[in-house]
Design a protein around this ligand. Structure first.
Ligand code: GRG
Length: 309
């Protein structure tokens, strides 16, 4: 987006945002606690590991995007957005569990607590991730998500695209393949667009699908999500460089130690901060067509670049 469309973030309404995010987190956690099988037929250990992974103390940013995007449209069904938000958090939680495994990032700490394979064991962590991944689609497929089967199919297809080989899983594969390689800015953008951006985009796309958005509204939300996802990832790289591990809740500096190119290593810290702010402003500008009901989405853009965890 051009700079002309960018607006000043500090003019945006802030009041109530953090409470709104917390309320969304509580609502989605409540839904997740109800939706997860208890006990799973696979036994209590698998069940406990799934709950440990999905109800860990995260921000619930992606569920928030679903709820706020759907909230723009009167046509969204009453229970659908919470269920879709829960399904999206299942996918996100599974990706973190698998990303932390010894065969991937081999991390001991996630969300300020031992990773799932440390708290349980490696096989249980793999299965808990698999269980959450598949649970997400079970949630979307149920009639309670939306009475219209065509809407449910669109949600399932969109989440499969966002999380699969052409989305998050593809981004993770590119990331693994990039170890020891020198990536340029465009290559990093493509990688991160898939690895992190695809799920963030699904959050807004799902709101548009549930809300029966028209093509212009859907395109505006897609533009917002694209810029927001990139701003989020740059902020994540900044946190990985300057963040405090205790506050961030996971090990920091691992990418730099592994010689991986990041937005910070390519742009430098100051320019990375400027780019993140620019993208957040640009994300907000996409929301011009929406009224005050988009204030939650506007505030998220600021939150994403200013967050410390
Ligand atoms: C293993 C299939 C597979 C995919 C892994 C998402 C991902 C791909 C790996 C996570 C690694 C990582 C730290 C990516 C940076 C962006 C990111 C997803 C950060 C964590 O998301 P937050 O900050 O976490 O929203 P919380 O804990 O708040 O939910």
């Amino acid at each position: 987006m051009s700079d002309a469309r960018a607006i000043r973030l500090d003019n945006l309404p802030k009041a109530g945002f953090e409470d709104r995010l917390k309320l969304a987190a509580r609502t989605v956690d409540g839904a997740l606690a109800e939706l997860l099988p208890r006990p799973a037929k696979g036994g209590p250990r698998l069940n406990e590991a799934m709950l440990y992974a999905v109800l860990g103390p995260g921000k619930r940013l992606r569920p928030f995007l679903v709820l706020e995007s759907a909230g723009l449209f009167a046509a969204a069904p009453p229970r659908g957005p919470v269920r879709v938000a829960a399904a999206l958090e299942c996918i996100h939680a599974y990706s973190l569990v698998h990303d932390d495994l010894p065969c991937m990032d081999d991390d001991d700490l996630r969300r300020g607590r031992p990773t799932v394979h440390r708290a349980f064991d490696e096989a249980t962590a793999v299965l808990a991730g698999d269980g959450l991944l598949t649970m997400a689609f079970e949630i979307l497929a149920a009639a309670e998500t939306d009475a219209d089967p065509a809407i449910r199919c669109r949600l399932i297809a969109a989440l499969a695209q966002a999380s699969g080989a052409n989305g998050m899983v593809g981004g993770q594969a590119m990331d693994l393949a990039a170890e020891g390689q020198t990536l340029d800015l465009e290559q990093i953008k493509t990688l991160q667009d898939l690895k992190t951006g695809a799920l963030i985009s699904f959050g807004c796309e799902a709101g548009a699908i549930l809300g029966r958005a028209n093509p212009d509204e859907a395109a505006a939300l897609a533009g917002y999500a694209r810029d927001l996802g990139l701003a989020f990832q740059i902020a994540d790289d900044i946190l990985d460089t300057v963040g405090d591990a205790a506050e961030v809740g996971k090990a920091t500096g691992k990418d730099a130690d592994a010689g991986k190119a990041t937005f910070v290593s390519i742009l430098g810290l100051d320019q990375a901060r400027i780019e993140a702010q620019k993208l957040a402003s640009s994300a907000v500008a996409w929301l011009d067509r929406f009224d005050f009901r988009a204030d939650g989405l506007r505030s998220v853009a600021e939150f994403v670049v200013e967050r410390r965890a």
